[in-house]
Write a protein that binds this ligand. Structure first.
Ligand SMILES: Cc1cc2nc3c(=O)[nH]c(=O)nc-3n(C[C@H](O)[C@H](O)[C@H](O)COP(=O)(O)OP(=O)(O)OC[C@H]3O[C@@H](n4cnc5c(N)ncnc54)[C@H](O)[C@@H]3O)c2cc1C
Length: 363
């Protein structure tokens, strides 16, 4: 006979897996029901751990949450690496903000000006000092800044590590598509299905498509020393070195429903910007082009908490462009809510903002 778990988590992306791991550590018997969809965001995200710009973090509650997450990442990474025996590709070398041409400078200056008032030094650098830090940058780079506490991680390794750490803590994984909450028998249920969350509960989560490319260079060539958030021709691009001489270039942003097919046009646009910043990447081979679907909400804020009108049901989704960064704090807050009832989730993320009284009554 199968055991009825204390908690069933629907969705095995970084968010669902992080909550599952933390809840299992607190002694809950946990099952994760997961079916990999094409476009799973956690399978594609590069893993920048940086609250960089006002356009990414328009809401103060989200910005505060992101800074909290950023502060938690070093300890979270150490704990996760130890619990899973996995190298997360976690880099603390800092993030370079780079303007490709003088016209790109105001947007980059706005990025480092954005950090004022937070415990996060960002030092403006002229073109020479920028290239001294990152010799592979183009001679055309016109300056930027250095955010010493903005880290990056290999998000796909993080996801694998969360799964392994969960397993070591007793989490069971069930390969299945949950079509309705009625199919799940558990003490408590958490909806953490990313862009697919509306399949099981009516949350206004929609997919926002993003493409990344992975490049591989000659094995003996030098890699990037830092993550790079560049602006090229007014458009942002993110570059980070990976183990094995690979470089990830991210990301496009458009709305195309659940279409997770990469396009040549997006690959070319990403390559153009990458090569403008780091000319030696022109000699690298494209080894993969991948599309992920960021789970967005109407106000671009996560939906986290107890589901009103649905006993023992919780939701944690809608982390849009920042789910890897936010995973540690989202997991800790959801775990204390689920295990003790103590609700530390930001009121701005409360699920009831999207529930009508009628819906609450119906459930
Ligand atoms: C191109 C790109 C770049 C990004 N860059 C960054 C970055 O640098 N830093 C950062 O912090 N974040 C970044 N993000 C955002 C981040 O990837 C997401 O916010 C995060 O991965 C969302 O995780 P999730 O677990 O909610 O959803 P997903 O990772 O999408 O996982 C949800 C999973 O649940 C499964 N599922 C859903 N419903 C069901 C069901 N009913 N039954 C069974 N399984 C189900 C789905 O199939 C899917 O596999 C990026 C995203 C993209 C696409």
């Amino acid at each position: 006979m199968t055991r009825r778990p204390d908690l069933a988590v629907i969705g095995g992306g970084v968010i669902g897996l992080a909550v599952a791991w933390r809840c299992a550590e607190q002694g809950l018997d946990v099952e994760v029901h997961h079916d990999e969809s094409p476009g799973t965001a956690s399978a594609v995200a590069p893993g920048m751990l940086a609250p960089v710009s006002r356009e990414d973090f328009p809401d103060p509650a989200l910005l505060e949450f992101a800074h909290d997450a950023r502060r938690r990442w070093p300890a979270f990474a150490a704990e996760l690496a130890a619990a899973s025996g996995t190298d997360l590709g976690y880099s603390t070398a800092g993030l370079l903000l780079v303007a490709h041409a003088p016209g790109d400078h105001p947007r980059v200056a706005a990025m480092y000006g954005f950090r004022e008032g937070f415990d996060e030094p960002c030092e403006p650098l002229d073109a020479d000092r920028l290239r001294a830090r990152e010799p592979l940058l183009s001679a055309a780079s016109s300056g930027g800044g250095f955010a010493t506490r903005d880290h990056h991680v290999d998000a796909q390794r993080v996801r694998a590590a969360l799964r392994a750490a969960g397993e070591a803590a007793g989490v069971r994984y069930v390969d299945r598509r949950v079509k309705s909450l009625d199919e799940v028998s558990a003490g408590k249920v958490l909806v953490a299905g990313g862009s697919w969350s509306p399949e099981v509960q009516a949350w206004p989560v929609t997919p926002v498509r993003g493409q990344v490319v992975l490049l591989r260079g000659p094995s003996d060539g030098p890699g990037l020393r830092h993550g790079i958030r560049g602006v090229v021709g007014g458009e942002p691009v993110y570059l980070a070195g990976r183990h094995g001489g690979e470089t990830v270039v991210a990301a496009t942003l458009d709305h195309a429903g659940f279409d997770a097919r990469p396009s040549e046009r997006a690959t070319e646009a990403l390559l153009r910007k990458a090569v403008a910043l780091v000319p030696s990447l022109a000699g690298h081979q494209v080894v993969a082009a991948r599309v992920g679907l960021r789970p967005d909400t109407p106000d671009h804020l996560p939906i986290m908490g107890r589901v009103p009108g649905a006993p023992d049901t919780y939701v944690c989704t809608g982390h849009y462009r920042h789910g890897v960064l936010l995973a540690p704090v989202a997991a800790d807050l959801m775990t204390s809510l689920i295990t003790t009832g103590a609700d530390g989730t930001p009121p701005a993320f409360a699920p009831h903002r999207f529930r009508t009284a009628h819906e609450e009554e119906r459930e």
